[in-house]
Design a protein around this ligand. Sequence first.
Ligand code: PMP
Length: 395
Amino acid sequence: MFSALTPAVKDPILSQTLACLQDTRSRKLDLGVGVYRNEQGVTPVLQSVKMAESRLLDEQDSKAYVGMAGCERFNRVMMDLLLGDNSSLSRAVGVQTPGASGALRLLAEVIKIANPTAKIWTSDLSYANHAPIMKAAGLDVAYYPYFDPQTKMVNEVAMLATLSSLGKNDVVLLHGCCHNPTGADLSYSSWQTITDMANVQGFLPFIDMAYQGFGDGMEEDAAGFRYLAERVPDYLVASSCSKNFGLYRERTGLAVIASDTLQQSECIKSRIMECARSSYTMPPDHGAAIVRIILEDKVLKEYWLSEVTQMRQRIQQVRTSLVSALQHRTDSHQFDFIAQHKGMFSVIGATSDQVARLRESCGVYLVDGGRMNLAGLKESDVPFLADALSEVMVP
Ligand code: PMP
């Protein structure tokens, strides 16, 4: 059966992590893999999560199946987080999924069922798993211009020019905030323009919200998306609890579907649950139960928000420190964009050759294409990294 099978291509990010682990040099930095680490270099379990877990241990009286849409109370509080407190009044409905990855896949499948010739447009660059997930669901993938390698910001003119040619057969995948991998986010005015375009041209906005709270704040990070959600007839969202709740391995996420009417949204939801049924049947409960406990309890929610604020501020602080260390070493503003980027990552414009030199001569591991995980950087490692970058990247 399997004799002709060749191994899968190795995941480039995980291979880097492994290479860094095997590196015997005393000074080295793994800025590849996409997890938050604190000043001690640890990806912590949040205190709010620990508290919710201990409550869950006391209160849970059954492990019976929950249902294909997961826990509806989780779906409700997560939709409030995304859409604002009155989400129950909207025409949007939610389905709990195994991470945002699960949501991306199910939503892609339902698009394929609804319109087999739909084309999905993703940003150039984008999250490494976007295209594979969409292709696995059978969708055609195309790219719209996004990252400007010169300015290290969004090339909004080029992006909007491409989007202006799209129509009813197209789906536009947008990062809600904290763009992975580039760190360059859409401006509020671009969200407004895209909203107008979706309304006039009829393309479907599909938002990936994997880092809400890691950019400017929980509400601030949803502002552009909410502007759009209030104005377009249909939209989809894949949302993740991996980063902002630190629940990575618990596989906790949400798919949101909004169509013209609540009835239409419910119809799409039923097809999504059908897709889930023929795949994993229902999502894992533990992470969603934790999130529900936190978000339903005012005090615990405040505490969780303060923990997200701490993570966000640490990332912002480390970005600022790195920029000032680089200004000092290069006597230039070449790297100032790092402090303007949002969220965990920045694409710093290193060539493949420079990424290799950073790894081989300096022990600094970035993802190919030059994605750097700032959320994996300790303040105490900033001088070491600034030395390496200025040595390798400054002519
Ligand atoms: N979307 C983006 C943009 C991501 O960066 C990630 C993972 N880091 C995901 C989706 C998948 O997240 P999850 O762990 O919730 O599946």
